[in-house]
Design a binder for this molecule. Structure first.
Ligand SMILES: NC(=O)c1ccc[n+]([C@@H]2O[C@H](COP(=O)([O-])OP(=O)(O)OC[C@H]3O[C@@H](n4cnc5c(N)ncnc54)[C@H](O)[C@@H]3O)[C@@H](O)[C@H]2O)c1
Ligand SMILES: N[C@H](CO)Cc1c[nH]c[nH+]1
Ligand SMILES: [Zn+2]
Length: 440
């Protein structure tokens, strides 16, 4: 490969030493997708149509956006027998891999189960918290540019572990092509209903219900800007997990990892979407150049070369920093969805990392392993939202109720405090309600 061919790789090259570094980094990090007004307007129209016309709107939008040719919701509904059939007919290798991944994801999420708790005070009063699962959860499984059986497992298994009574899955099937692995994963993960609808119309159907699609209590799962914008719009009518944007990876390398490994790790997220973001940070300039050369060499061999190329050109970056400390500052500023610490001693950095969706420790921990089968969830906060948000988990499918049980003594001592505070707020019904229960 000649130098000129290597230079053909279009990707931003940044150095923290440059004056305009902050501006360039901010420009790369900005993801305007969910605030695009044209998208917003279209999503509002779609939601209004689904509310007004229910199933008929779902049929129309599926024909229009997913190039289907259906005339009723029956053709967009898959029953449990169809899911089981898909599972039973999978090639052995795929069935075993799916089952192995499901098992690991279940084991990991079982550890997340929050327990109800209570404690008893000296006067016999009991205070506590009761954890209850959602009655009905809606899971969005993306399907526009790729099919995601792994996302079925990542969404449905925590819901199942949480004890959700009914799991409703939506997944677009462009051109009417069903993905058997997706259906098999739904069977394995205990999904109750599958509707082959996608985009904003699917989110609206879950949030408001239609003649066929049952209304859910919460909509979870990743998707493109139409899905993300629709989730934001229906929040309040239903719960949502997070607004997830395009996939991202930030790799921090000490310069000792094989450049081809890192090139492929970066491609692995770039290949999701033209809007995906892949960045590499290192304090070793020679190593950055070696990874860049590896990327240029390997890119023409990739099946999704066009998507990767656009993603790298628009949002990718190779960043030269001064040292490990500066790398940590960058990590916390970027708050990436996936952080790969390709270092000899990743553990030494861990305590300093405050914001990242999932942290992949050491040279051997390819992010792709987490996408499929390590165990932790792959639905993660993107676009810097790891500053305040966490991976999808069992806790997203549960609620907490506070429990207060006063003994006669407890009611009397609390009543005195409450009465004073209530009178201070001039809320005398509150005060008198508490005072009735004071010990005479
Ligand atoms: N965070 C995660 O766990 C995770 C997992 C897998 C995928 N992803 C991300 O999810 C996204 C999936 O996007 P996708 O597009 O492949 O699938 P998608 O299912 O999110 O979107 C497809 C739907 O978008 C709608 N749509 C497309 N063009 C439209 C238009 N012009 N107007 C109105 N609606 C339109 C259609 O209804 C279609 O059904 C990618 O960004 C990928 O990176 C994230
Ligand atoms: N990397 C995605 C989450 O950002 C998840 C995924 C599914 N399949 C492959 N990857
Ligand atoms: Zn991925």
């Amino acid at each position: 490969m000649t130098d000129s061919a290597i230079r053909e790789l279009e990707i931003s090259r940044l150095s923290t030493q440059e004056k305009d570094f902050d501006t360039r980094l901010e420009a790369l990090l900005a993801w305007e997708g969910v605030s695009d007004s044209a998208v917003q307007q279209r999503v509002d129209e779609i939601i209004a149509a689904v509310k007004a016309r229910g199933d008929a709107a779902l049929v129309d939008y599926s024909n229009r956006f997913d190039r289907m040719s259906v005339s009723s919701m029956t053709e967009l509904t898959l029953g449990p027998e169809r899911l089981r059939e898909a599972f039973d007919n999978l090639p052995r290798e795929q069935r075993d891999a799916l089952a192995a991944a499901a098992e690991r994801i279940r084991t990991y999420h079982q550890r997340q189960k929050p327990e109800s708790w209570h404690y008893t005070e000296a006067d016999g009063s009991v205070l506590g918290q009761q954890v209850t699962p959602l009655d009905r959860a809606g899971i969005y499984v993306p399907g526009g540019k790729a099919a995601y059986p792994s996302s079925v497992l990542m969404n449905a298994i925590p819901a199942h572990v949480a004890g959700v009574r009914e799991i409703v899955m939506v997944v677009p099937t462009p051109d009417g092509v069903l993905n058997e692995l997706v259906l098999a994963a739904a069977h394995l993960a205990g999904v109750d209903h599958v509707f082959t609808i996608g985009g904003a119309q699917a989110v609206a159907a879950l949030a408001y219900g239609t003649e066929t699609v049952p209304r859910v209590d919460k909509v979870v799962g990743p998707g493109n800007i139409y899905v993300a914008t629709a989730k934001r719009a229906v929040f309040g009518q239903v719960g949502i997990d997070m607004i997830a944007g395009p996939s991202e990876i930030l790799v921090v390398s000490d310069g000792e990892t094989d450049p081809e490994w890192l090139a492929m790790d970066l491609f692995s997220q770039a290949e999701h979407d033209e809007d995906a973001q892949a960045m590499l940070v290192s304090w070793n300039a020679k190593h950055l150049a070696a990874v860049e050369a590896a990327m240029a060499r390997l890119l023409p061999t990739m099946e999704r070369e066009a998507i990767i190329r656009t993603s790298l050109r628009e949002r990718g970056a190779l960043i030269l920093c001064d040292d490990r400390n500066e790398a940590v500052t960058l990590i916390n500023r970027i708050a990436p969805e996936h952080l790969e610490l390709s270092l000899e001693d990743p553990g030494s950095l861990l305590p300093e990392i405050r914001h990242a969706g999932a942290i992949f420790m050491g040279r051997y921990t390819a992010e792709a392993l987490g996408d499929y089968c390590a165990g932790p969830n792959h639905v993660l906060p993107t676009s810097g939202t790891a500053r305040f948000s966490s991976p999808l988990g069992v806790y997203d499918f549960q609620k907490r109720s506070s429990i207060i049980h006063c003994s006669p003594e407890g009611a009397s001592s609390l009543g005195e405090t409450a009465s004073v505070l209530a009178r201070g707020e001039s809320l005398t019904a509150h005060a008198r309600s508490a005072e009735y229960r004071l010990r005479k």
